[in-house]
Design a binder for this molecule. Structure first.
Ligand code: GLC
Ligand code: CA
Length: 554
């Protein structure tokens, strides 16, 4: 495998609206991010992915862009963005922006012009169809609920939106549109970005010609993925984008890719793949149901382990996965992957180590490093996220009571990840001096950065050690490139694997509250990391405490 500059890095995702507010308006902003660069450097992360901060009506919190060449004034000015890139460089850090090009905002100039003249140049930037009485062009259901078709204001046409109606899909079949996208990417790379996280990218290729599919719910619509599965030829677009943009800058790109076919993996992330890397969502999609959140099945420690190993086996050394336990679209990982009632400092560290030591590029989502948890939800009126509002309704329509539907919403809401970053135990968790745009998790008095910085046994201190291990010149080669081999794969509630490079490391975690004995394959040389004060052994057998995890050099 050809070595790349980003292979040995650690990435960190920032959700700007909720990270740090510098001017008291209750909304996180770029100057706020700049003020925390030293904090991030101290943690040891080097690549920062910023969720969108372009000009936007924020209907989908910035994933609806009305100007790709501007920063939303709520987040700051272009000069702030330039300063951020600059300040990051001084600290050997790289900034990634979010590339949202499956769709733009209905407030983008292109869309306005398409409304004015649907048969003109900009009409062809979107997917427009003639409006017919009582009949939609196709029966596809959008990700956020309801049909994907909406009337194009002031015309006799309808436009396609696979996400929210304020997010019209861009027509990638149109070469002119593609040129616009490449121009924008290069413009940003010229500003010194390290690269991009690429949003919702598998949606850019639709199955042509459009047709309806078998309905899968009472609404008569079908899941949008039914259509996407039939689409072929996305590689042409992605290969062209790579050649016209990222490749010429040696930029890092990580795709939000779902449903790729195993035989396509080398095309996506192999040598000269479309992207440098792609996220592993195997754990996040586990147990999800076509019917909706209300029908999802919880994930057990054994399921979690199998999901991780399955992805690792699938990728092998074809390329580099990007590993996450959460992001801005998911509930908090510690609330999801640790069985209810067991969430504590020790189990959080176990999850951290098991995930962090997988082969690939670790991404930490803001607050993950201090073990932030899901937020309690007492009423649906507290919810901001459009997808949660839809899923709540889906649950009610399926016959759940309000109380039950609220529980479903609380469990999966994207707001769980979007509550303000917990910096300290001061008012509003030290996030803002004003009124935060979204409720702060009341547990900020006990879970916050300030107290964890001072505590060598905190979750944050443990993350810092994990990062330091990845960077340690002695172990780096193995942690970054070593092959992953499961160990005692079938042992219940035990997750263990080797990393084999120029050294051999063994990661062993007791994924339950009860003690568990685990036999070692032989003697170890050194304990590199342990989330407990001691390691109890009996010959080659480890007696692991509840949620104990150790990293051994064999
Ligand atoms: C991606 C983003 C998500 C957004 C969607 C539409 O899945 O991560 O936040 O809602 O795309 O842009
Ligand atoms: Ca602000």
């Amino acid at each position: 495998m050809t070595k790349k500059w980003w292979h040995d890095k650690v990435a960190y995702q920032i959700y700007p609206k909720s990270f740090c507010d510098s001017n008291g308006d209750g909304i996180g902003d770029i100057p706020g991010i700049i003020s925390k660069l030293d904090y991030l450097q101290d943690l040891g992360v080097d690549i920062l992915w910023l969720s969108p901060c372009y000009r936007s009506p924020l209907a989908d919190e910035g994933y609806d862009i009305s100007d790709y060449y501007d920063i939303d004034p709520r987040f700051g000015a272009m000069a702030d963005m330039e300063q951020l890139i600059d300040e990051a460089k001084k600290r050997n850090m790289y900034i990634l922006m979010d590339l949202v090009v499956n769709h733009c905002s209905d407030e983008h100039e292109w869309f306005r012009k398409a409304c004015e003249d649907p048969d003109g140049k900009y009409g062809n930037y979107f997917y427009l169809r003639d409006k017919k009485d009582g009949e939609l062009p196709t029966n596809w259901r959008s990700y956020f609920g309801g049909p994907v078709w909406e009337d194009l204001p002031g015309t006799d046409k309808q436009y396609l939106h696979v996400f929210h109606k304020k997010q019209p899909d861009l027509n990638w079949e149109n070469p002119e549109l593609r040129e616009e996208v490449y121009k924008n990417i290069n413009w940003w790379l010229d500003k010194g970005l390290g690269g991009f996280r690429i949003d919702a990218i598998i949606n850019i290729k639709k199955a042509l010609p459009f047709r309806s599919y078998e309905p899968d719910r009472k609404d008569g619509l079908c899941n949008i993925r039914t259509m996407l599965k039939e689409a072929s030829g996305i590689g042409q677009f992605l290969g062209e984008m790579r050649d016209r943009t990222f490749k010429n800058y040696d930029a890092f790109s990580v795709g939000e890719v779902f449903d790729e076919k195993p035989e396509e993996i080398p095309d996506f992330i192999g040598e000269n793949g479309y992207f440098s890397s792609m996220f592993d969502f195997n754990e996040t999609i586990f147990g999800s149901s076509e019917k909706g959140w209300y029908d999802a099945k919880p994930i057990t420690p054994d399921d979690y382990k199998h999901c991780c190993f399955e992805s690792q086996k699938k990728i092998g050394n074809i390329g580099f996965l990007s590993n996450i336990i959460e992001n801005h679209d998911e509930p908090r990982g510690v609330s999801r992957y640790i069985p209810e009632g067991d969430c504590c400092v020790r189990s959080k560290k176990l999850l951290a180590a098991l995930n962090f030591m997988l082969r690939g590029l670790p991404f930490i989502y803001q607050g993950q490093e201090i073990g932030m948890e899901n937020v309690p939800l007492s009423s649906i009126d507290e919810v901001d996220d459009i997808s949660t509002l839809d899923e709540y309704q889906v649950a009610l329509d399926a016959g759940l009571t309000c109380e039950e539907a609220l529980k479903v919403a609380a469990k999966f809401s994207r707001d769980n990840a979007r509550t303000p970053m917990q910096w300290s135990d001061e008012a509003n968790a030290g996030f803002t001096e004003g009124k935060p745009w979204l409720k702060v998790n009341p547990n900020y008095t006990s879970i916050n950065v300030k107290s964890q910085m001072e505590d060598p046994d905190s979750v944050r201190s443990f993350y810092k050690e994990l990062i330091a291990l990845r960077k340690n010149p002695e172990y780096k080669e193995t942690v970054v490139y070593g092959a992953l081999e499961p160990y005692l794969e079938d042992t219940h509630n035990l997750m263990a694997y080797y990393r084999k490079g120029d050294k051999t490391l063994l990661v062993i975690g007791n994924y339950q509250m009860e003690e568990q004995a685990a036999r070692l394959p032989g003697a170890y040389k050194k304990v590199l990391l342990n989330n407990c004060p001691e390691l109890s052994e009996d010959g080659f057998t480890l007696r692991l405490s509840g949620y104990q995890v150790v990293i051994l050099e064999m």
